[in-house]
Design a protein around this ligand. Structure first.
Ligand SMILES: Cc1ncc(COP(=O)(O)O)c(C=O)c1O
Length: 397
């Protein structure tokens, strides 16, 4: 019989055990822990700080008064409230697609849509560093799949070539990638991927979880910024990061939406998210696409550029300039032990910068993941750099 204690102690021995940290409250970019400690938070994906914005809170509270706290049932039974329909219409319009379907999380979106679209006759080719939700969706679908080395588009092209030769009539050839990779913070070469998709008559699914709020004149993501929306067949996003709430969505064609309403199990067999979230998400989108959003984006990019510049001046070969709000800070040999030791040292000095370890990243790729928001102050970034530079020195010695 399997022994749960044994499994946990093995994880502990490999420095891979995880645990939860109780947070009592949050003010701007600071966390107050249940043990009374205050930490500067560098682990939030709420890049524009909207989850605490008064306009969003007010809209959320008003919607709770109107619609109640929970939705009470699946969308297909009695849980499909007007704010959910309005949010979907708004997202479809903003993402230049015909339709949108929302889900209870980004994770539920991926594990719902991919198995609804693909089966054993289909082939999925995806970037090796795609998020776990996409990989789990791919595995659940039963489709054939291949992963290309991270950002290696020559390998993508060669897999596409082979797959298009082996392809059965009426089968699907689907490329899946992300705009901004969640642990490395680097950007996909969407223009080349879009060209390859055309060349091999494939379809393209793009997860923009970490790019909404940051890219494009209205903050609608990297495909917008690059004017490539029309190349994306399945545009995945989440309400949980820059939008400041929780939930996920897919923008797509009207036919795909109808198919998913009928086939996506995480949509059909799950209670709809609270309608108040959908109402508040519309407020959030109004902020992101308006003048306040533009200001918050400028603040965020100013922080990203500032920290990049400072990090570059540290004596570090492994840390390159990030083009997003996610900045990985690598240990010299990728050791989980080292990353955990760094996390602890930072915590002792008042900074919460999580160590990222296997299986989130490869075994020899452990790192710290710094995520920046518009709310961070430059003096806090300076103080963080001071601590990071002392870690760096300790590592070199
Ligand atoms: C790229 C990517 N896609 C999807 C998700 C899942 O989104 P959610 O947190 O809304 O479940 C995440 C979450 O971190 C992510 O990084």
């Amino acid at each position: 019989m399997k022994n749960n204690e044994h499994i946990l102690s093995e994880l502990q021995a490999q420095q891979l055990k995880r645990s939860l940290k109780a947070i009592d409250s949050r003010k701007s970019s600071q966390l107050e822990l249940a043990n009374g400690q205050t930490l500067h938070n560098f682990a939030s994906n709420d890049y524009l700080g909207l989850s605490q914005h008064p306009l969003l809170l007010e809209s959320f509270k008003r919607a709770i008064d109107t619609y109640g706290a929970g939705s009470g049932s699946s969308r297909l039974l009695a849980g499909s409230f007007s704010p959910q329909h309005d949010l979907e219409d708004k997202l479809a319009e903003l993402k230049h697609q015909q339709a949108c379907l929302s889900f209870s999380s980004g994770y539920a979106t991926a594990v719902g849509i991919i198995p609804a679209l693909c089966d054993k006759d289909d082939m999925i080719i995806f970037d090796k560093l795609c998020h776990a939700s996409l990989i789990d969706g791919i595995k659940l679908s039963g489709a054939k799949f291949k992963s290309y080395k991270h950002q290696n588009l020559d390998q993508l092209a060669s897999y596409l070539k082979q797959a298009s030769q082996d392809r059965k009539p009426n089968s699907r050839l689907l490329i899946i990638t992300e705009s901004v990779f969640s642990m490395d913070g680097d950007l996909s070469d969407l223009a080349t991927i879009a060209q390859l998709k055309e060349e091999y008559q494939a379809e393209l699914m793009l997860d923009e979880a970490h790019s909404i709020g940051l890219f494009g004149t209205t903050g609608m993501g990297l495909a917008h910024e690059l004017n490539l929306c029309s190349a994306i067949d399945y545009h995945v996003g989440t309400l949980s990061k820059s939008i400041g709430l929780s939930g996920g969505y897919l923008t797509c064609s009207q036919v795909t939406k109808e198919l998913l309403i009928n086939k996506a199990r995480s949509f059909i067999y799950s209670t709809a998210p609270p309608p108040a979230i959908a109402q508040a998400a519309q407020t959030s989108l109004n902020i992101i696409t308006g003048t306040l959003g533009k200001q918050l984006r400028e603040d965020l990019w100013s922080n990203i550029n500032y920290l990049n510049e400072k990090l570059n001046s540290l004596n570090s070969e492994s840390n390159s300039v990030s083009k997003s709000a996610i900045i990985p800070f690598f240990t010299k040999n990728g050791s989980a032990k080292q990353a955990l030791a760094w996390q602890q040292q930072l915590e002792q000095q008042g900074f919460w910068v999580p160590a990222i370890r296997y299986p989130t990243v490869a075994k020899n790729q452990s790192r710290l993941r710094i995520s920046l928001t518009s709310q961070h102050k430059k003096q806090t970034l300076d103080a963080l750099i001071d601590v990071l530079s002392s870690l760096e020195t300790a590592n070199l010695n």
